[in-house]
Design a protein around this ligand. Sequence first.
Ligand code: SAM
Length: 389
Amino acid sequence: MVLSDSDDEKWIYREHTAAKHEVYQKYLTPWTYKLSSWNDKLRVIDCFAGRGSYVRAEDCSGAQLEEISAPTELPGSPQIILDRLTKHSDKFEEAEAIFIEANEENYDELDENISETAGIADNISVNPIQGEFQDKVLDLVTTDGSDCPTLFFIDPFGFKSLDYDVVTEIGSTDQFEILITFMSRDINRFLENEDHRDALETTFGTPDFIDEVGDLDPENWEPLVEYYTDRIEGTGPEMTFEYLITEPETRQTVYYLVFGTNHPNGLKTMRDVMNICGTGNFGYAPKIPEHDRKQSGLSAFTTGLAATKEFLVNTFSQYRIEFRNMVEMCYKMRKYEDDVESDYRKAIQELESEGQVEVIRRASKTGGTGVGKGDLIDFRDDDDLEDIG
Ligand SMILES: C[S@@+](CC[C@H](N)C(=O)[O-])C[C@H]1O[C@@H](n2cnc3c(N)ncnc32)[C@H](O)[C@@H]1O
């Protein structure tokens, strides 16, 4: 039997819900902080907002709110958004929080939960809307690149409302970023089911998805999410990044969080956040050894730095490049390597001490060994070669 979206069974707070909320919470902080430094107005749209509360938790506890108080121990994404925006409300002039929810009962509960939530900063406007994401969202924004920075959380229960055209239109817009819950488990289950054909065609934006996705191994559904990210990168956001969420007790994938952005710094920030969330190696997957932070950290310690140095030398040997630009390019080229900015810094410091690069300290203290934003890294043997950035 198919459960209604307002059935209490669907509102149990599980470990994978907590894992998703961890990413939401941790990304909203740097996103708000960075974008408010050069924009007066920010907007967050929770496209599948839910009820703003859960009925009970199983083996985990609810998200902790710091700044606001909600009438529930188990708040949903709307309160997480309001809490993080409130925390940084001194940095922007105004922020808009829009919550779209289609189900009438869930919407009524959300509306009540939000009206009973106290402590929201005065410069945040709160706008709950009842309706379907795919019908409403494009009327709320301008997609010609002139609109304010907007972060979209796209978190359906299944996949039937994940409209490819709408997702790619917002995803391709400058200053807009999307974080999609891509329900791999359900999609995998129904991939060849006639009854779900139209919905899947809407999700992937093509009738050819079965042939194009290739062979799926029952143990490994990664090609499915990769096919989806390839599809949306074609017309939507320039860059994507995925985060795996499995069941806590098995290796079974529940969903991926798929992030899309048009800005290298957005990719870098989300990647850094996803690196510190969950169990490690860009995922919450307690039963998969590659996602065990302790094990992956150990291998990075023993072999990682040498590989990073080799990559840098091979990639940039003909260039002089600004440090932060270099890190952003590395994040794009080596999306799923463990390295974060501090690892690239360490690699450059070692290469400098070995005489393989020259560091021109325009920003860090001259005479020191620090390397940071603004400093130039010269990989060239010969001064006449190219500059990037
Ligand atoms: C996974 S839940 C959202 C949970 C919420 N984001 C959170 O983290 O607390 C999905 C919600 O989307 C609602 N919904 C289903 N179809 C929708 C649509 N087309 N547009 C907007 N909301 C929809 C459902 O009623 C449900 O409340």
